[in-house]
Design a protein around this ligand. Structure first.
Ligand code: ASP
Length: 354
């Protein structure tokens, strides 16, 4: 089934489930043994619980559903369009998505859905729904409950979140940290928004709430001319140059060491300076899983600042990449993009007090 089935009953919360693919709905190919995406009917058959939920759940399936390794700007645009077209008909949205690139999708959606005032909860699983030990059922059921939860008529979590193994996290703060464990996601630089045990406990102080009820504004245009440059000891000048000089490149997310440090070698610093002078935006994020870039702390960081590299603060790589795609997609100049990288648009970074 592709498209919407609206079965809303009076007084009940209504949730739109957007099934994009991922392990949760996969089955094993008997010939190759590999997991392959399967349709929503299969998922629904293994989830009789969906009918027992205290809210109405309608579904929209990507056709065909896919492994999240194939997800990118087109898929994000499609999710945004589906949410936008159905925004007034539903109280919340659950996006079923593969875990591999879920943090990129969640980050992108947070920038593309401006003035969001309803929950958009991404979830998936490490084991397919048809397997006995699947983590998919609990993840999906709780994600739907969170998307439907409200207090005083207002949703409990009106932002783009990832729910996985008991924890609700801000989407643009999250990264996948484990390929095997059910507990696969972390947000090291921002506290969880809720914990699900016997009860679902929300940490309301951490949840973003739009001050004004402005109408949802969607941004579909994204610029792909972004690269990630992960530093490592012994990196060659030739490789660095080929990345920085890639045709059409507009921005680089540079993953540096520790609190934002890089080698001081002249060839490297000069190469960065020349690239920045040529209009390239270079954003410094740390390779560490937690903590923030602080370029003034060490001489090795200060050199980068002098070369024109800007701080990504405590941003995840996923968030920095998609924020740059979004900002350049708005047609901003490199200077304007730098200004916006220096502020938190939707809670994606923490700027320290001066
Ligand atoms: N390869 C799968 C995907 O990202 C993994 C998963 O869903 O856990 O689509």
């Amino acid at each position: 089934m592709t498209g919407n089935v609206n079965t809303k009953q009076k007084g009940k919360a209504s949730i739109l489930l957007i099934y994009t693919g991922g392990t949760i709905g996969m089955i094993e190919n008997p010939e190759t043994g590999a997991l392959e995406s399967f349709n929503f009917r299969h998922l629904r058959e293994h989830m009789p619980e969906l009918k027992k939920m205290g809210c109405d759940v309608s579904a929209y399936q990507f056709d065909p559903p896919a492994d999240s390794a194939e997800m990118g700007p087109e898929g994000w645009q499609k999710i945004v369009e589906i949410i936008s077209e159905n925004y007034h008909m539903y109280d919340g949205f659950v996006v079923l998505h593969g875990t591999d690139t879920m943090a990129y999708t969640a980050s992108a959606l947070s920038f593309m859905l401006e003035n969001l005032s309803k929950p958009v909860i991404l979830t998936g699983s490490q084991l397919p729904i048809g397997m006995l030990r699947t983590d998919g059922k609990e993840n999906l059921i709780t994600a739907i409950e969170i998307a439907a939860a409200c207090e005083g008529g207002l949703p409990m979590a009106p932002e783009v979140c990832i729910f996985f193994e008991n924890t609700l996290l801000r989407g643009n703060r999250t990264r996948k940290i484990n390929a095997d464990n059910f507990n696969a996601f972390r947000s090291y630089n921002y506290p969880p928004l809720a914990q699900a045990g016997v009860l679902i406990r929300y940490d309301s102080a951490q949840i973003y709430r739009p001050a004004l009820r402005k109408p949802l504004k969607t941004h579909l245009s994204l610029d792909r001319n972004i690269a990630i440059l992960k530093l490592f000891p012994g990196m060659s000048a030739g490789v660095t140059e080929s990345i920085l000089n890639a045709p059409g490149l507009k921005a680089v997310v540079m993953e540096t060491f520790g609190s934002g440090n890089a080698p001081r070698q002249e060839w490297f610093i000069n190469m960065l300076r020349r690239a920045v002078e040529g209009g390239l935006v270079i954003v410094n994020v740390t390779q560490c899983v937690g903590g923030s870039v602080e370029m003034l702390r060490y001489e090795t960081g200060q050199k980068l600042l002098e070369a024109g590299v800007i701080s990504g603060y405590d941003s995840t790589t996923e968030s920095a990449v998609t924020k740059l795609m979004y900002l350049f997609g708005q047609g901003l100049t490199p200077e304007e993009v730098k200004e916006h990288m220096n502020c938190s648009l939707i809670g994606e970074i923490t700027i320290p007090d001066k």
